[in-house]
Design a protein around this ligand. Sequence first.
Ligand code: ADP
Ligand code: ADP
Length: 224
Amino acid sequence: QIAIRIDGLSKTYEGGKRALDNVSLSVPRGMIYGLLGPNGAGKSTLINILSGMVRKSGGRASIWGFDIDEHPRNAKASIGIVPQEIVFDPFFTPLETLEIVAGLYGVPKGKRRSMELLRAVGLEDKANAYARTLSGGMKRRLLVAKAMVHSPPIIVLDEPTAGVDIELRQQLWDYVRLLNRQGVTVVLTTHYLEEAEELCDRIAIINHGKVITDQPTRELVGMA
Ligand code: ADP
Ligand code: ADP
């Protein structure tokens, strides 16, 4: 049972930068899977191809069994993406932000679902505050809630703890673990080995657009 299958994926940006070079990976269902690599390795490019934000140059990818070219809408509906950059309209409240997304996905009882999610990420008190008044950490939690509105079976977090303090990092990790216990497959990118080790069942290391290794965390750590 494969959550995400990537086969010979390549990306060359305009200008000639080869960000991904024949990458193949499988993320088994039910896992917390880490994509570890230094800045510029190609992690965001990979995530952006899965989310449909970047067009691949070659190869194939499928999400929850849906090919991203042949069934893009089903593929997209199967995944919740937490982007690295903080992106939402600063003049909407967290509750409004989630309700808009719920509306886009046709989620029934959008308001109730949105409140549930705000509670889950500890933003209940901020439900009706303007999003621009939230701290960086609160915004990041709102992004996680936003990715989960349509209850996707997979959530992908791109560098979730970049620029986040230790306390908040712990909160985010706890929430990621909780989602995983509830059956959500988790993929996260990071350039912190400790983060990957602590959270992930399996780690792929990517560098210069190539997969260097892809194995259970236990084996990887045992090697070091
Ligand atoms: P990571 O997320 O691992 O830091 P990225 O996927 O962001 O890596 O970047 C991989 C490489 O592709 C880097 O050399 C980066 O500068 C380059 N790159 C990323 N986005 C673009 C783009 N839009 N145009 C040109 N080059 C890009
Ligand atoms: P990351 O932390 O993943 O490496 P960056 O901070 O390098 O991301 O890049 C942020 C944004 O800039 C991304 O949208 C990426 O696609 C874009 N980008 C990165 N490198 C380049 C590049 N060389 N040319 C154009 N856009 C780039």
